[in-house]
Design a protein around this ligand. Structure first.
Ligand SMILES: [Zn+2]
Length: 229
C-alpha cells in the first residue's frame, strides 16, 4: 500500500459560505453529547419524502413504504444532530493543565457523515494529533469532536479543517494535525464506480505545518495504522 505521506494534500481553511452564526442558533445550550438525544419526526420532511417517492414512480401508500417518510425524517434528525451540540458543553470539565509537550495522537476514529452535494453517506477514519502547550483534553472527547462535525451535511475537506480548528481554539496547542480518509457513496454508487477510491484530506496547524519533521512523525504513525489491514 502506498504510504499516505507521499500523496496527502493540505486542506486550506475554507471560507465559510454561510455565516457561522447561522449554525450557532441551532445549538442546544448544555447539549454536549449525542447520547440521550431523541430524534423526532418532522411533517415537512415526511411530506417531502412522499413527494420524492411518488416522483420516482413508487406508491407511498404500499405497505413497505407506509412508514418510510417518518423513518427518513427521524433518520435525518439523527444524522444531522451535530448542529445541535453545544461545543462548550462538549469540552466542559475535560481540559486539563499538564506539563507534557510531546505529541498526543488518537488514531483510527471511525466516522460517518453525509455529503452535502448528494446527501449520501461518506465514511472512514480520522487521525488526530496535537502537541500540548500546557493543556490537554480528555481522550474520549476527541471522537466526540469528530462526531459533532461529522453529523452534519459536510464535505470532507471542511470536516477535516473544522476538527483541527476546534482543537486549535480549545487548547491553543503548539500544533494540531488531522488526517481523514473517506469513501464516498456518491462516487461508489454513481457515475464512474470507483468503489475502493479513498479521499484523503489533512489540516495542519502550528508545528505540524511549520516543521516537516513533526509532520513526518505524525504521518509515520498514520501510515503504520495501515500495516495491519
Ligand atoms: Zn457527494
Amino acid at each position: 500500500m502506498t504510504p499516505i505521506a507521499n500523496h496527502y494534500i493540505l486542506a486550506e481553511p475554507i471560507v465559510a459560505e454561510r455565516d457561522a452564526t447561522e449554525y450557532v442558533r441551532l445549538i442546544v445550550p448544555g447539549q454536549g453529547k449525542l447520547e440521550g438525544m431523541t430524534f423526532s419526526g418532522n411533517d415537512a420532511i415526511e411530506q417531502s419524502v412522499r413527494v420524492i417517492l411518488e416522483n420516482i414512480g413508487e406508491d407511498p401508500t404500499r405497505e413497505g413504504l407506509l412508514r418510510t417518510p417518518s423513518r427518513v425524517a427521524k433518520m435525518y434528525a439523527e444524522l444531522t444532530a451535530g448542529y445541535h451540540i453545544d461545543p462548550a458543553a462538549l469540552i466542559n470539565d475535560a481540559v486539563f493543565s499538564v506539563d507534557y509537550d510531546e505529541m498526543v495522537m488518537v488514531k483510527d476514529i471511525d466516522f460517518s457523515s453525509l455529503c452535502e452535494h448528494h446527501m449520501l453517506p461518506f465514511m472512514g477514519r480520522v487521525h488526530v494529533a496535537y502537541i500540548p502547550n500546557g493543556k490537554v483534553i480528555g481522550l474520549s472527547k476527541i471522537p466526540r469532536i469528530v462526531e459533532m462535525f461529522a453529523r452534519r451535511l459536510q464535505v470532507q475537506e471542511r470536516l477535516t479543517v473544522q476538527i483541527a480548528d476546534f482543537i486549535d481554539q480549545a487548547l491553543q496547542p503548539r500544533g494540531v494535525a488531522v488526517v481523514a480518509e473517506g469513501v464516498h457513496m456518491c462516487s461508489v454508487m454513481r457515475g464512474v464506480k470507483k468503489a475502493n477510491a479513498k479521499m484523503i484530506t489533512s489540516a495542519m496547524r502550528g508545528a505540524f505545518r511549520s516543521d516537516p519533521r513533526t509532520r513526518a512523525e505524525f504521518m509515520g504513525h498514520v501510515d503504520r495504522s495501515h500495516d495491519h489491514e
